[in-house]
Ligand binder design. Sequence first.
Ligand code: HPA
Ligand code: ZN
Length: 331
Amino acid sequence: MKEFITQMPKVELHLHIEGSLEPELMFKLAQRNKVDLPYSTVEEVKTAYKFGNLQDFLDIYYAGCNVLIHEQDFYEMTLAYFQKAKEQNILHAEIFFDPQSHTDRGIALETVVNGIRRAMKEAEAWGISSGLILSFLRHLSEEAAIEVLMAAEPMKDEFIAVGLDSSEVGNPPQKFETVYNIAAKQGYLKVAHAGEEGPAQYIWDSLSLLKIDRLDHGNRSMDDEDLLLELKNRNMGLTLCPLSNLKLQVVKDLRNHPVKKMLDLGLKVTINSDDPAYFGGYMNENFIATTEALNLSKEDLKKLTQNAVDVSFADTGRKVELLKLIDSYFN
Ligand code: HPA
Ligand code: ZN
């Protein structure tokens, strides 16, 4: 089964590009840019990467972002992700970036976007299609999110959607209703993290107030049968992240992960890596660990992969191409 998963064509829909920054590259950039890090060896980093909850992780993740300064740094980080994607047979990836983690340190938005987009275009030549999602930090104000959206307007064509991430509890969807309305008027698709640590109500509010086209995480919909039905009726895509959920203690054991139950309920669930450099694995590792813990069948793996194509923001032609490749792999 491991070999089967490794060779399987994959589509990734929930990946924070800053969360793909491996310790080795972090050290290299820290040295090149003369930035101090709170660790001096990869061993020390690995010890620091033990998280009790989402906030523990975010504190370390934002500190890691400080080594990214020049366009070349964003390019190298993104290219490293796509090299991994190529190794793991990922054919399409929709990736988040957090503009505010960089613009708040005085880095120009263009620097960030140009570096990331240059690597995306290079990956396109290897046959990997991708899209970039501009994500607002929900622990900051809505005014700050609106500022980012305005600054991004001249480069609007570089992005496929807006998103919402960072500390969930206490920063509910209604805080961002206005900026999502403006984004909708500008023609953006919309996604949001909800129900990772926050309650099912945050998922309801992401649907009704933010009018999302896809739901990131959504684990806590399991607490609310009406919500599960609503998600199913809407054909709403859910981007689940099993190893992330384990590392951030959203689930205590992967055997308790809801992905299989959701799949059996007919929800459009997908498996993703979230922040692979921090959570112990990319797509292959997520699929392998989840398959072992939940005894997923090849039929389940096929459905998860087809779901990812269906709920992706790829154009119709690319979707048809991807579905054909999946079909021929599983037949
Ligand atoms: N949740 C919320 N915000 C994030 C995450 C996450 O898993 N990763 C990066 N920002
Ligand atoms: Zn995430």
